[in-house]
Design a binder for this molecule. Structure first.
Ligand code: ADP
Ligand code: ADP
Length: 229
């Protein structure tokens, strides 16, 4: 479970609150979608949860533990993070990119090699063809899949996904959404999923939090959001 308690973030030199006294719970095993217009504070919320930036006031708890009590590097090693432009390292192969976090965890080569193959299969890529390629040899949709695989490498309980399928065409996006939902029915991870697309929010979310100007203006199931717009 991810819990935000009265979280406020004002960036240095800014006069407004990018996130304004936000309190919410993202339930274990659920996808909570943050949706809202550009600039409403979605990415800031995600970056506060994985400790990339610090709250101005308020606290973030992951599974009951205040993230301020966890070493930030350690915290990030244990949270899966997927962003729109995946940020695969171009000079490393797909297998090497996926291996980065497992290596930090001290996994041996045999365990990593096995996991890379398993992950590529999970996200619908042929390991034999994919693992020794370099990122720029893949299509946009394939890169997104690798991004998801990399984020899941050490099987983190918590995943943060910031417009994970935003950079691909609509048909590819639909495929990625469907496959991720299929995975999630088995994985039951605690996921914070950011999008600006209400259709994607309704499709992916167990819960939807609609944000505006750093605050949550509506929080409910997709079904209730659609019936009480
Ligand atoms: P969203 O993800 O919903 O588009 P963001 O969380 O990226 O929104 O941004 C929220 C607000 O904070 C915006 O007004 C944005 O310009 C501002 N902001 C985001 N990142 C920074 C930063 N590093 N420095 C200063 N202002 C920022
Ligand atoms: P596993 O997923 O294999 O259980 P762990 O997270 O327990 O991986 O870490 C494996 C090894 O790496 C442990 O010996 C742990 O102490 C070490 N380790 C993990 N993260 C860090 C870190 N941030 N700094 C130093 N050592 C670490």
């Amino acid at each position: 479970m991810i819990e935000l308690k009265n979280v406020t973030k004002t960036y240095p030199g800014q006069s407004f609150k990018a996130v304004d006294n936000l309190s919410m719970i993202m339930e274990t095993g659920e996808i909570t979608v943050l949706v809202g217009p550009s600039g409403c504070g979605k990415s800031t919320t995600i970056r506060l949860i994985n400790g990339m930036i610090e709250t101005t006031s308020g606290d973030v708890f992951i599974d009951g533990k205040n993230i301020k009590d966890t070493d930030p590097n350690r915290l990030r090693m244990n949270i899966g993070y997927v962003i729109q432009h995946i940020g695969l390292l171009p000079h490393l192969t797909i297998a090497q990119n996926i291996a980065i976090v497992p290596k930090l965890h001290g996994w041996d080569k045999g365990r990593i090699d096995k996991r890379v193959v398993e992950l590529l299969e999970l996200v619908g890529l042929d390991p034999g063809i994919t693992k020794n390629k370099y990122p720029l040899q893949l299509s946009g949709g394939q890169m997104q899949r690798v991004g998801v695989a990399r984020a899941m490498a050490v099987d983190p309980a918590t995943m943060l996904m910031d417009e994970p399928f935003g950079a691909v065409d609509p048909i590819t996006r639909r495929g990625l959404q469907d496959e991720f939902l299929r995975l999630q029915t088995v994985m039951k991870k605690t996921i914070c999923f950011v999008t600006h697309d209400i259709n994607e929010a309704v499709k992916m979310g167990d819960k939807i939090a609609i944000m505006n100007k750093g605050q949550i203006v509506q929080y409910d199931t997709p079904k209730n959001i659609l019936s009480h717009p």
